[in-house]
Design a protein around this ligand. Structure first.
Ligand code: PLP
Length: 357
């Protein structure tokens, strides 16, 4: 499984009050990585559960009851030169502050976000929990490479009346991750809508994931790996994958991705790919892409996000029609460019990596 609940021992926690933010690093129950690896499954699960349970946080709150919560996802990469670095944390910091403000929570300071990511990962690395660089990863251009996944999230204070969160917690935990998807995926257009105009689609809100999770599980039940959302107004334009942005490399040579609006999540992988593709001399346009155009004019299609990188979509099914796409061309080049920067096989000329160790 790509995402296990084996969270690393050191956790960051900040709490808002009238005086502002107060933070701490918590060292949760743990053994050494070797001791934990040697444990039988039942003991390890008990330990992992203990690490994930916080007796001093209220279960009844505006996040668990009403979905007023948001989160981030970013990665720390073990690099070829032996260092450890996080990919564009300042971008996640800015988006997290926008998400919190969008939910009318006090936004978490961006500089503190980046510092906390770095320090939390550093402390876990010192305990030996981060994966080490493995030269064997280079053989498949880091498709099977591991990383540390950082999950910052906001949790509301206790309460049961329908209310805004005025004094939330911000927490950051990390876990080890490997490849998220392997190979190309068949996708299907879902008839559900992830986001509606004037809603929360632009916020990385926990509540958005209810519909996305249902749509993806329905796609899997129908024999697909991924689902694609259309806009809810005209039911005509492609918006996103289940929890990732989407690109179409058209037969004309143009790389098109749906333009941002309030129903599309502004992905950091999306923004990075736009920049990298332009550097490669490709014409990239952020614009409306109709499902008809996507079906008829696409040479290659891929979805992207922190968890997945850039994953090729081998076919798209819509209204009983199936369009098949090539893979291994541009999507592989993009994947190699982005993973190369992250794992340090390619120079980081854009200053995207923030050093941890
Ligand atoms: C997180 C997320 C993405 C991808 O964003 P990245 O910053 O690239 O990880 C895309 N769509 C949705 C709905 C998301 O929640």
């Amino acid at each position: 499984m790509a995402f296990t609940l084996n969270s690393f021992p050191v956790v960051y926690r900040a709490k808002h009050s009238e005086e502002g933010w107060r933070d701490e690093y918590l060292e949760r129950p743990h053994g050494t990585p070797e001791e934990e690896a040697a444990m039988d499954a039942a003991r390890r699960e008990a330990l992992e559960e203990a690490r994930n349970c916080y007796a001093d946080m209220p279960l009844l709150n505006y996040t668990t009851q009403y979905g007023l919560g948001c989160f981030e996802g970013l990665k720390a990469f073990p690099r070829k030169d032996g260092s450890l670095a996080i990919f564009r944390p300042e971008m996640n910091a800015a988006r997290f502050a926008r998400s919190m403000a969008g939910l009318r929570m006090p936004p978490f300071p961006e500089a503190d976000f980046t510092l906390a990511c770095v320090e939390m990962v550093r402390r876990n690395a010192k305990l030996g929990f981060l994966p080490r660089y493995n030269p064997a990863w280079e053989k498949d251009t880091f498709a099977s490479a591991e990383a540390g996944y950082i999950r910052p999230f906001a949790v509301a204070e206790g309460g049961i009346g329908v209310n805004l969160s005025r004094h939330p917690w911000v927490m950051m935990v990390a876990t080890r991750v490997g490849a998220y998807f392997s190979g190309a995926s068949d996708a299907v257009v879902t008839n559900r809508f992830r986001a509606t105009p004037n809603g929360t689609g632009w916020i990385k809100a926990a509540s958005n994931y209810a519909i996305a999770t249902l749509a993806k599980s329905e796609a899997i039940d129908a024999g697909f790996m991924e689902c694609v959302f259309l806009d809810s107004t005209e039911r005509k334009y492609v918006e996103e994958g289940s929890s990732c942005n989407i690109f179409f490399y058209l037969k004309s040579g143009e790389l098109a991705t749906p333009a941002l609006g309030d129903t599309i999540l502004p992905g950091i992988t999306r923004a990075s790919i736009i920049e990298l593709a332009r550097d490669m001399g490709i014409t990239v346009n952020e614009r409306k892409v109709s499902i008809e155009e996507a079906m008829d004019e696409t040479a290659e299609c891929f979805v992207c996000g922190t968890a997945a990188g850039a994953v090729p979509i081998s076919s798209l099914t819509w209204n009983g029609r199936k369009a098949a796409f090539a893979s291994g061309g541009l999507s592989a080049q993009i994947q190699a460019a982005i993973k190369g920067i992250q794992y340090g096989a390619v120079p980081d000329t854009k200053g995207w990596m923030t050093q941890v160790l």
